[in-house]
Design a protein around this ligand. Structure first.
Ligand SMILES: [Zn+2]
Length: 310
């Protein structure tokens, strides 16, 4: 039962701060206050609903309690029953603005970005006490915001290498998709963030076809079980019904195509990509530009011969 989400464009704040972290924190506080205002507006708007607007949810127990037609829907929202989410995007770009594009192994940069998510988390805890709704930090997968925010900043600030020039912003706390850390390195880098983002998050690793080496996947999963709360496995499962190709379709300017016969007919292509948190078929439902760029930039976290079971 979520009343809405408002997402903060963290890379923009980092660009505006021009390398000064104290300025970054000042602007962040300002945006956090603005977001709070927006979320409170969402809550107010949702409370205008009447039980009869959605009888299954409000009157017949869908939300766990039956209201009378004259009751306020707020009965089902208050006392932290409903969530309302503060989203964020682009920690990679923030780290890049202050520490350069290779900051993932820099403990100071890592700590700085973890502190940002914690800051949002602490704000949410405070608001929950104050207003009685479950404010939560959401590691926005940003299906289209990855494009919308980046495009807006590209217009405003121009092409900044590794930030706006890529034409997409990186999801939440994810490792730069253009690099190829091993799954263990990637998850070790990412695992410190979700404790402050109970409103939702996902980790995932990119794999080639591992039919020959399923033990490699199992090794990652066994390790991940004790480290992360939600792990996606992205494998090459695209298939061409024209020539029989199995593997990864090639991202091109016009969408995905079979690397063997250049087929791009949606009727005879089966292409499955992890759009953000969810799996999607970009041939049937084309992606927004920035998401396509981001997927095209993804590098595998494992090569077929990389990992033995031990
Ligand atoms: Zn083909």
């Amino acid at each position: 039962m979520n009343l809405g989400v408002v997402t903060i464009n963290l890379p923009r704040i980092a660009i505006e701060a021009q390398g000064q972290t104290d300025v970054f924190w000042e602007i962040l506080e300002d945006r956090v206050q603005l977001t709070k205002k927006a979320l409170l507006t969402r809550i107010k708007r949702c409370k205008e609903a009447r039980p009869e607007n959605a009888p299954i949810l409000y009157e017949n127990g869908g939300f766990g309690q039956r209201l009378k037609t004259t009751d306020s829907v707020d009965e089902l929202f208050k006392n932290s029953r409903a969530t309302v989410s503060l989203g964020y995007i682009g920690l990679y770009e923030v780290g890049t603005a202050f520490f350069g594009p290779q900051w993932e192994n820099n403990p100071q940069a890592h700590d700085f970005t973890v502190q940002i998510v914690k800051y949002l988390h602490d704000a949410c805890l405070q608001w929950e006490k104050e207003y009685g709704y479950h404010f939560s930090v959401y590691s926005t997968p940003a299906e289209s915001l990855t494009d919308t925010f980046c495009e807006a900043d590209l217009q405003r600030f121009g092409r900044i290498p590794d930030i706006t020039a890529k034409e997409y912003y990186t999801n939440s706390f994810h490792y730069d998709v253009r690099k190829n850390p091993t799954p263990f390195e990637k998850l070790t880098f990412e695992e410190d963030y979700p404790q402050y983002a109970a409103g939702g998050f996902i980790h995932y690793c990119e794999y080639p076809n591992l039919k020959q080496n399923p033990a490699a996947l199992e090794a990652v999963w066994n390790w991940a079980y004790d480290h992360v709360g939600y792990l996606g496995t992205n494998a090459s499962i695209d298939h061409c019904y024209e020539c029989g190709f199995d593997g990864d379709f090639k991202p091109t300017a016009k969408g995905f195509e079979c690397p063997q016969c250049q087929n791009r007919n949606p009727e005879t292509c089966d292409v499955v990509k992890r759009t953000c948190g969810y799996l999607g078929n970009p041939m049937i439902r084309p992606m927004i530009h920035g998401r396509h760029q981001e997927i095209a930039a993804r590098v595998k976290n494992l090569r077929a011969g990389d990992l033995n079971a031990d």
